[in-house]
Each structure stands twice: as C-alpha cells, then as structure tokens.
Write a protein of this length. Sequence first.
Lengths: 159, 102
Amino acid sequence: MQSELILLAHPSFGVLAILAALWVFTEAINNSDTSRGRLRTMSLVSAGLMWLSYLVGGYWYVVYYAADKALINAGPWPFAHGFFMEVKEHIFFSLLLLSTYLPIAVFSLTSGKLALKPVVLWVSAWIVVLGLAMEGAGAVISMGAKMALLATQSMGTTP
Amino acid sequence: MNDTGIDNYNRAFALSFAISSLLSALLVVLKEQNADTLLAWMKAATGHHWITHGILVVAVFVLLGWLLAQTTLGTRLTGSGLSAVISGSLVVSGLIIAGYFI
C-alpha cells in the first residue's frame, strides 16, 4: 500500500509542478505590477513540487523498482524499461535543475530586470514540455508492467 | 548588472545549468560504458548509482553557478542568448541520453 501511494504521489506532484510552471509562463507574458507576487509564488511552488516529485519518485525507484524492472524486462514490452525508464530517470535531472533555476530568473525579472523575460518564458515552457514528456514516459513504464502481468496471467502462472 | 540587463547570478546559474545538463548526459554514457569502474564506484558511494548521479549533478550546478558568478564568462549574452544556451543544452543532452538508450 505504501509503495502504491508513493507511486501515485510522484506523478501528482509532477503534474502540479507543470501547472505551476504554466502559470508562471502566462503571468510572465504580461509581467505587470499586479502579477509580480503571483509570479514569485508560483515559481517557488513549481520548484518545490518538482523537488518533492524527484524525492518521492527517487525513493520509490531506489527501494521498489527492482521487482518491476525484472517484470518489465521479462514481459512483452522490455523497451518500457530499456528506453523509457532509462531516459526518464536521467533527463529528470535536467528538469530538476531547470525548475530550481526558475525562481532565480523570476525573482530578478520581477525586480525590474526585464531582459530576463525571454529566459523566464523559455525556462517555464521547457518545464511544461519536459514535465509532460516525463508523465508520458511514466505511463509507458506503467503499461510495460501491466503488459508483463497480463502476459504472465494468460500463461496461468499467477495465483 | 552588466549592459545586457542580466544580473550576475542569473547569467552564472543559467550557464551552470547548461553545463551541468550536458555533463549529466555525458556521465550517463560514461557510467554505462564503464560498469566495472565508474558505475561500480557510483553504486558503492551511496548504495545506488542514481543517487550518486543526482548528488553530483546538483553539487556541480550549485558550485559551478557560484564559481561562474565570480567570472565574466557570458556577460555579453542577452536574455534571448541565454535562452538559446539553455534550450540548446537541453536538446543536446536529451539527444545524447535518448540516442544512447535507443
């Protein structure tokens, strides 16, 4: 049960971080005096949620994933681990650093350094794109495990 | 702040991100190619190679950002220039990682 809750928390924190980054993107287009507070808050929320997603997902990966990995590799979708998980677990580091940098850029932008506007727009947009790619990769990995379980079941080897 | 309107720490940490992201992608290839040495050391260091990888990447990002802030590297980069550096690094590091595992 604990494993399943952790596994659900990981993409949930991730999708909330994506939504917060999308909020930053839209507020940064206007970057008015009234949006300053929201920009700062949402950049911190996005970074905080991405770190939570990383820590929770990382804990699950290190503690629980080995069994799923063996199952996926023995099933009909081994690429779910061999490509999607390997790429996801490593590109996530870039996403984490990008999310960490976002508040740095946003706080300077809202302090009057308007030259940073394209940086904030690009960084927040990349967080949305990469975050969605991580969610998609997670879905493929989950499907890889499901396909392996279905294949085992069809052979009548599950209880 | 220099004449491009980008403050020192933003320039430094944007560049640090670009370099750290590329180094992380190269570390993926290096550790996978050197399972008996580098990967084994990364596993032994923290109990899991991925934990070591994460600690190294974050440490390099913070340290390099602080170091670059003491230099004048990239002080002529505008906001669009920094965005291009960040995006270029992301695309190249993504291609290195995806290309390696494909």
